[in-house]
Structure formats: structure tokens, C-alpha cells
Design a protein around this ligand. Structure first.
Ligand code: KG4
Ligand code: ZN
Length: 343
């Protein structure tokens, strides 16, 4: 089955053509247009601007993803939420129109579920896909959730943030440090600039808190950590580049320590066969590496994380859901749902 998938929940307009491949999903074409540069000057996403950019990009992006494939498409998939209403409307209405005009089935996809099912994207028929039960860690601009999966359609939320999402915390801390939006990749770049000599020179000077780290539950909290960065920046007055990079490094260390510890607590309690990480923040190299190392210490537990290009928002993951866990809907019944919680 070949599916055209559309993603427009936030500031990326994306379309992909995917098909089933063994137990997974193969990506035939994957196109992403981002309005991130337009949001940089405001220091964050402006919903009105994002929606207008979605309208400009949607037809060129779908056309490019389709290439010569139009006549062989068997169905259309679209993210219907969670996300920004104005942005969601563009993708959902485009998908409905195509499904209606081409008389093809329409598949409704939850964006968060799509992030996790990006772990089913493969390159060959024999590639291994995750097994159940699985513990999932979804880390993005809007989510920090730990879920227990017993099948591709059965999930239970078992833990997560009490306040800010981890991507949001990265973005806000970066802004406090004078780094551009989106903050996650900028903080990663700052971390790479930190040398051993700098670590030695600064020692524990900029130690930040690890909220809820030692509580015996899967709750997380990032707003206090962000506030601690704000307090340090205010106290220091002006900060030079080295201090800024050291603060970014300590912030990143704190976040990664919390995410790894809480995920491993979930692993300890639920004895899964796999740990699946997903979402924009899953592109963080140090987080990928640290979590992989901890998971692989446990016999029989495998670690999965999508390739970098399938971590941030993309349509390939949306197509993956339509193939692996399809949920067909009538075009007349599908509406965007900015705050959908069910996967
Ligand atoms: O999944 P995503 O593309 O969009 C949402 O659904 O929210 O995630 C975007 C988030 C942003 O907050 C961005 O700063 C963060 O992912 N991000 C990162 C990295 N790359 C992107 N956070 C930490 N480290 C990174 N390397
Ligand atoms: Zn996302």
C-alpha cells in the first residue's frame, strides 16, 4: 500500500509518500518546508504567521512529494492534532479535498503517535522493528511523556512533565541565554563548544537543580530549571560567550539526567522488550547516546530512536501510522483537534 501523508501541525509543512516494507514502513519521498526562520525574529512561533506560511507551502510541498506517483497512491494520511488550529486546518482540509477528489481512503493520524511510530521506518524488508511491551519517551516542543505500549494502538500514559515540555524548556533557556530560536539545536551547538579545560575552570560554579530527580515516580518538572537559568543570568548581569556556553552545557546536562533517569525507572518497573524515543528533542545527540548506553546495559532490552530527519516534525512518520496502525475516517467527519490526547 502506498500512502501520501501530510503534516502541518505547527511551523513545518510536510508531505511524504510511503509504503509498507516487511514489518515496517519505507519512505519513498519526504519533503519538509519550515517557517522556522520567520519565527526567529520573534523568538518563538507566532501562530498567525505559521498558518499563513502553511497556506503558501502546502501545494508545492505535496506536489514535490508526489512526483510521478499520483496515480499509484492508495490512501491519504494527515495529522489532525495536537497542534495549532490555523496550521492544522491547512493540512486537514487539503487531505480531505484530495481524498474526496481521488476517491481514496483518508487516515486520521495523531501527531504524537506519529512521532513514536517513526521508529517503524525501515530501509529494508529484513530490518527489525520494535517489539512489545515497549516504553516510549516522547520529547518535543509540546510534550514530555513516558508511555507504556502493548501494541501499536494500545498505549498508557505512565509519566511525564508536570509543567513545561522539555523542548519548550530548551527554547526558553536558549532565549534567556541570548541564543536564537529554536533553542534545542542552539544549546547543542553551545554544548559542543565547551571544552574539558572550561569544565575544569568553572567546576560546579553554575550548578542547576534537577527537580523531582530523586522522587520515586515518573513525574518531571522543567519550569524550575528554566527559572534557575533566568535567576543566574539576572544575577550575573552581562554574560560572556564562555559563561553562556557553560550555562547551556549545565542546563543540557540537567535535562538529560532527568530524562534518562525517569525513563530507566519506567524500564525497571515495566520490564519492556524495547525503549523507543521520539520527537524533536530526540535529535539531541547526547540524549540519544546517554539513553542508548543505559538501555543497552539491560539484557534483552533494545533501544530505538528514529534517524535525525524523522525526529523533528515530518510527514514520513504520519504515513507510517497509516500503514502500521490505520484509522480510516470519512472526509466529511474529520476535523482538526488542537488538543487531542488520545493516540
Ligand atoms: O517534535 P518537534 O519538531 O515539534 C513539536 O511537535 O513540538 O519538536 C520541536 C522541539 C523544539 O522545542 C526544539 O528546540 C527541540 O525540539 N529540538 C531539540 C534539538 N533539536 C530540536 N532539543 C534539544 N536538542 C536538540 N538537538
Ligand atoms: Zn512534533
Amino acid at each position: 500500500m502506498k500512502v501520501l501523508a501530510i503534516e502541518s501541525t505547527c511551523d513545518e509543512t510536510a508531505a511524504a509518500v510511503v509504503e509498507n516494507c516487511g514489518a515496517g514502513v519505507k519512505i519513498l519521498n519526504n519533503v519538509v518546508a519550515s517557517s522556522v526562520l520567520m519565527h526567529q525574529k520573534y523568538g518563538g512561533i507566532v501562530p498567525e504567521v505559521a498558518a499563513r506560511e502553511q497556506i503558501k507551502s502546502i501545494i508545492p510541498v505535496i506536489t514535490e512529494a508526489l512526483g510521478e506517483d499520483k496515480d499509484s497512491i492508495d490512501g491519504i494520511a494527515v495529522s489532525f492534532g495536537p497542534g495549532l488550529m490555523g496550521s492544522l486546518l491547512v493540512g486537514v482540509e487539503s487531505a480531505k479535498a484530495l481524498a474526496w477528489a481521488w476517491k481514496k481512503p483518508l487516515y486520521a493520524v495523531n501527531h504524537m503517535g506519529a512521532h513514536i511510530l517513526a521508529n517503524w521506518i525501515v530501509e529494508s524488508m529484513t530490518a527489525k522493528v520494535p517489539e512489545f511491551p515497549a516504553v516510549g519517551l516522547v520529547v518535543s516542543g509540546g510534550h514530555t511523556d513516558i508511555v507504556l505500549m502493548t501494541s501499536v494502538k494500545d498505549w498508557k500514559w505512565i509519566g511525564g512533565t508536570r509543567d513545561d515540555a522539555v523542548g519548550e524548556a530548551f527554547d526558553k533557556a536558549a532565549r534567556l541565554l541570548g541564543l536564537p530560536y529554536p533553542g534545542g539545536p542552539e544549546i547543542s551547538k553551545a554544548v559542543e563548544r565547551v571544552t574539558d579545560a572550561m569544565k575544569e575552570r568553572y567546576g560546579k560554579k553554575y550548578k542547576l537543580p534537577r527537580p523531582l530527580l530523586n522522587e520515586d515516580n515518573l513525574d518531571m518538572s522543567f519550569s524550575g530549571l528554566k527559572a534557575a537559568v533566568a535567576k543566574t543570568v539576572i544575577e550575573l548581569g552581562e554574560i560572556d560567550e564562555e559563561t553562556r556556553d557553560m550555562l547551556a552545557w549545565e542546563f543540557s546536562e540537567a535535562i538529560i539526567e532527568i530524562l534518562v533517569k525517569k525513563t530507566m525507572m519506567a524500564v525497571e518497573k515495566n520490564k519492556p522488550k524495547c525503549v523507543l524515543m521520539a520527537g524533536g528533542v530526540a535529535a539531541n545527540k547526547q540524549l540519544r547516546e546517554n539513553l542508548r548506553i543505559e538501555v543497552e546495559k539491560i539484557d534483552g532490552v533494545k533501544f530505538f530512536c528514529p534517524e535525525l530527519k524523522y525526529c523533528g516534525d515530518n510527514a514520513a512518520m504520519v504515513g507510517a501510522v497509516a500503514i502500521i496502525a490505520p484509522q480510516e475516517v470519512k472526509p466529511t467527519e474529520l476535523k482538526p483537534d488542537p488538543s487531542v490526547t488520545t493516540v
